[in-house]
Design a protein around this ligand. Structure first.
Ligand SMILES: NC(=O)NC(NC(N)=O)C(=O)[O-]
Length: 322
C-alpha cells in the first residue's frame, strides 16, 4: 500500500480509540503518553522545565551504556498494520537515527512484566529516521497485533507514533445487537463527499462527541447536490435501529437525512440496489434522533445522505451480524 493510501486508514493507536502507551524503559525528558496525543506536536522555543527543554513527545536521556530505548503501545482496537508514522517533529539534535517496530497478539490484559516477556515479532525492520520529519513507512504484513513496541536506536525523542491499519476486533464480542458501524467493531468510512472541516470517521468513533470539532463537518454546499458518507459495516448484518446525532451542530445541522444500504460491495455502483433503511427525514439541530428500521435485508454497506450539507456528530447502526 502506498503512503498516500495507508495515511487514509484509521490510527489504531489513537487515544480517542482507547490506545495507550503502557510502558517505556525511559522517559526522562518527555512523557511516553505524548506519542499518541491528537494533533500536531507543539513547540515553544523558550519553554524549559526542571529536567531540560520541554518537548511535546517521548524523549529518553542520552544513553551511556549499550542497548536501546523502547516504548510499548496497546492498540485501541487490535488490527492489521498497513503503515506507521514515526514523527520526530521538533527533535533536531536529539532524534533517534534508527527505529524499528515489533508486534505481539496477546489475550487479556497483560502486566508490564508479561509485556516485557512477550514473544515479540518484527513488524518493521530497522529503518533510518530523519529529524523533525513525519517518517512514514508502509508495512506489508497481514498478522493481527494487540500491542506494538517502538524501538529507537540508541536513544532520543519521537513526537508522535501513528499506526494506520484495519481494525480486527475479537469476534467473541461481536455477538447480539451491536453497533455495526462502530470503528471499534470493525466498521470504517469508505467514501465521503466532503470532509472539509473534520473527518467523517469521527461519526463512528467511541462515545459521544463533546463539541462540534469531534463530529463530521463538510463545507457549505453551493450546488444542487447533497453530501454523503458511505460506511462498510463490521460485517453483513440486519439493522434494527439507527441513531443520527446532530449534537453541537446548531447553525449547521443538515435539514434532512436518509440512510440506505446494500448487501455487498458488488452492488455499490448500481443505484437501484440501495435499499432504504431510514427514508429522507427532517432533522433538528443539536439533537440525537433515533429511528427503528424495518428491513429484513442484510446490509454490509450503509450510505448516509445529508440534505443539502451540514454536520453529523455520530451515526450508530444497531443490528446483528448475519
Ligand atoms: N536541548 C535539548 O533538547 N537537550 C536535551 N533534551 C532536553 N529535553 O533537554 C538533549 O540532550 O537531548
Amino acid at each position: 500500500m502506498t503512503e498516500a493510501d495507508f495515511l487514509q486508514l484509521p490510527d489504531l493507536a489513537a487515544r480517542s480509540l482507547g490506545g495507550a502507551v503502557v510502558f517505556a524503559n525511559d522517559e526522562f525528558f518527555a512523557s511516553r503518553e505524548n506519542l499518541i496525543s491528537p494533533g500536531a506536536p507543539d513547540f515553544d522555543p523558550s519553554e524549559f522545565g526542571h529536567k531540560g527543554k520541554v518537548y511535546d513527545g517521548w524523549e529518553t536521556r542520552r544513553r551511556r551504556e549499550p542497548g536501546h530505548d523502547f516504548a510499548v503501545v496497546r492498540l485501541g482496537v487490535p488490527g492489521v498494520v498497513e503503515g506507521v508514522v514515526i514523527d520526530t517533529a521538533w527533535f533536531t539534535g536529539n532524534y533517534p537515527p534508527f527505529a524499528s517496530v515489533d508486534g505481539v497478539d496477546l489475550v487479556g490484559y497483560p502486566t508490564d512484566q508479561e509485556l516485557l516477556d512477550a514473544p515479540w515479532e518484527p513488524v518493521l525492520e530497522r529503518v533510518a529516521l530523519k529529524g523533525d520529519t513525519a517518517n512514514a513507512f508502509a508495512v506489508n504484513d497481514d498478522r493481527r497485533w494487540t500491542h506494538l513496541r517502538l524501538n529507537i536506536f540508541p536513544d532520543g525523542g519521537v513526537a508522535r507514533f501513528r499506526v494506520h491499519g484495519h481494525a480486527r476486533p475479537d469476534p467473541a464480542f461481536l455477538t447480539g445487537t451491536i453497533d455495526l458501524a462502530a470503528l471499534e467493531n470493525g466498521g470504517d468510512v469508505v467514501a465521503c463527499s466532503n470532509g472539509f472541516y473534520s473527518s467523517p470517521r469521527n461519526i463512528i468513533g467511541l462515545g459521544r462527541s463533546r463539541h462540534m470539532g469531534e463530529g463530521w463537518e463538510n463545507a457549505r454546499r453551493r450546488d444542487d447536490g447533497n453530501d454523503y458518507v458511505v460506511i462498510r459495516l463490521a460485517g453483513q448484518g440486519c439493522v434494527d435501529h439507527v441513531e443520527i446525532d446532530t449534537s453541537y451542530f446548531v447553525g449547521n445541522a443538515p435539514g434532512a437525512a436518509r440512510l440506505s444500504g446494500i448487501p455487498n460491495e458488488d452492488a455499490m455502483s448500481d443505484e437501484s440496489s440501495w435499499a432504504e433503511l431510514v427514508p429522507r427525514t427532517a432533522l433538528l439541530p443539536d439533537c440525537r434522533h433515533r429511528f427503528r428500521v424495518d428491513s429484513p435485508t442484510p446490509v454490509e454497506f450503509v450510505r448516509l445522505d445529508v440534505y443539502p450539507d451540514g454536520g453529523i456528530a455520530r451515526l450508530r447502526v444497531s443490528g446483528r451480524l448475519t
